[in-house]
Design a protein around this ligand. Sequence first.
Ligand code: GMT
Length: 376
Amino acid sequence: MRIGIVCYPTFGGSGVLATELGKALADKGHQVHFITYQQPVRLNVYNANIFYHEVRVPTYPLFDYPPYEIALASTMVDVIMNYDLDLLHVHYAIPHASAAYMAKQIIKQKIDRNVPVITTLHGTDITLVGRDKTYEPVVTFSLNESDAITAVSQNLKDETYKNFPITKDIEVIHNFVDVSRFDKKPFDAFKKVIAPNGEKIVVHASNFRKVKRIDDVIKVFAAIRTQMPAKLLMVGDGPERHAAEELSRELGVSEDVRFVGKQEQMEEIMAVSDLFLLPSDYESFGLSALEAMAARAVVISTNAGGLPEINIHGVTGFMANVGDVAAMSDFAVGILQNDNQLQAMKEAAYKHACTFDISNIVPIYETLYRRYCRTG
Ligand code: GMT
């Protein structure tokens, strides 16, 4: 099949998932066309089946807000026409689903062809941004006009029906991880730099937005540090970074906390980690936690959103209510102090991550594509 993938090219989970999906489809012989405004960060391989089409957004002094959606729709039309795409798969509804609707209508009028549009909902496009009155009518319309809608968790599907008058069926296709990529031996030299005295290594990775509650990460880590030597790696960047750095100083743990910025080689970092903290207000899924589990890290998360669909309390890690720093700290200290239990839980986390392996999930997308695609 010739598949157009539209996504955000950034470190965010939706872009990561879309890019990994495109790479996997290309490996299976499909022709994949990424359409976005920048080379996706995880698009770091050469494959003859992968094409990248950059959306250029010309500026003009009149445009206080350059019209990205129009530029995107026009690029979609161009790619569909020139590469004879079989379908468009857009990740994150805003503005990709409405731009795809526009492209679909243009193609219909131009060459009387129906190009199926599949929209995958990722989370904030529904739970935060999409619900805003400013966007809701367009989101509802473009979802109902998509040929198929998928959501990355049952929770996100439920939230979508709760908040939008969607008349179409939403199929749940869980996110996936390439377990073979994350199932790595820790790189000893790297581990030595981070934890020279064999300290336990705790990791958090996100876009450091409010929804991630990174203050809670620092507070849980400070509680761990009162009980044992440990190091915390904060991976990513975003608006809450400065306050978190400040808090780590206030709580006297800054020497043991490293803010390492945005990282492409997540597998190297996850491989050295014992514990992954994700105390978010909400996660539709929590892809970073799944990647941590694939690298045999125990996850301590909140029980918000779709997190209970990947983190099994008492088996792959622990869950607590949002903001319950005391409970998360107790779980963290308890597991880090008991090496046998820690090892057993790491194995259980890995085993559970394997059920979300790329090899199990990508065929589900292919089956979905075939249902709508003329050459499928
Ligand atoms: O977490 C973010 O804010 C980034 C966002 C995105 O769209 O890139 O992540 C969402 O999609 C990910 C991939 O499906 C999910 O794993 C995240 O849980 C989800 N984030 C939220 O729901 C807050």
